[in-house]
Design a protein around this ligand. Sequence first.
Ligand SMILES: Nc1ncnc2c1ncn2[C@@H]1O[C@H](COP(=O)(O)OP(=O)(O)OP(=O)(O)O)[C@@H](O)[C@H]1O
Ligand SMILES: [Mg+2]
Length: 256
Amino acid sequence: MALLEVKNLTLGFNQPDGTHYNVVKNISFELKKGEILGIVGESGSGKSLTALSILGLLPYPKAYHANYSSIKFDNEELLDRTDMQAIRGKKIGFIFQEPMSSLNPLHRVGYQVAESLMLHQKMTKKQAQKEVVRLFNLTGIKNAAQRYKAYPHELSGGQRQRVMIAMAIANKPDILIADEPTTALDVTVSAQIIKLLQELNTKLGMAIIFISHDLGIIRQIADNVIVMKSGKIVEKGKTEDIFIHPHSAYTIALIS
Ligand SMILES: Nc1ncnc2c1ncn2[C@@H]1O[C@H](COP(=O)(O)OP(=O)(O)OP(=O)(O)O)[C@@H](O)[C@H]1O
Ligand SMILES: [Mg+2]
């Protein structure tokens, strides 16, 4: 049975003049336990919105999804759930495309991760602090104990990204959604982060949805791939099959 089952997902935006338009159009896919699923496609094809809708993070009510759409996690419907905070950050972790938009600029980074541990795992402040330092070490943040006290603006882009990853994996989620987790980073840091995600996948069996423009990275880490264009899935299947025998003209163009 699939861990996550997205069926006929259609979503879009209402406009001030009363009209609306769909940006994701009737897409279906699944994610199995321990699987790494890659999502590729041009800018604006709907990758981030698809990912955000899984956690109910679209800007409702400006955004909407069709009433025939379904997103099931562990066989439970997620769309229209009102208690998403029970899932968000606990069962499903999210690494956002822009770390600054999800880190609170006014709070120390260590505290922000600790807060999530205290909330979801009922850790004491002391236990949480200790665990955050462990997570910072795990994600390759140097001088983890000192970094705990840093504010987001005091960190480099790579360090902020690692804080985001630490936060996303803190509660050992069943699924980690990584939206362009390495796009803003240089090649070396990017390679280290990919390696870390692969380890989380093999060691903890964490299923990952990995969104990227970078076909090289997708080919390296994903078991299966979906290719999106203009809000639709134009191709999906096993990574190797798609890279060796792409069917759609768009995928062929993307690969070459
Ligand atoms: N808040 C919003 N209001 C209206 N339209 C939006 C909003 N957010 C996104 N869109 C539109 O939805 C489409 C899909 O956006 P999305 O962010 O999912 O693209 P993407 O595939 O993640 O692109 P990128 O690779 O650049 O990150 C885009 O055309 C975008 O303009
Ligand atoms: Mg995006």
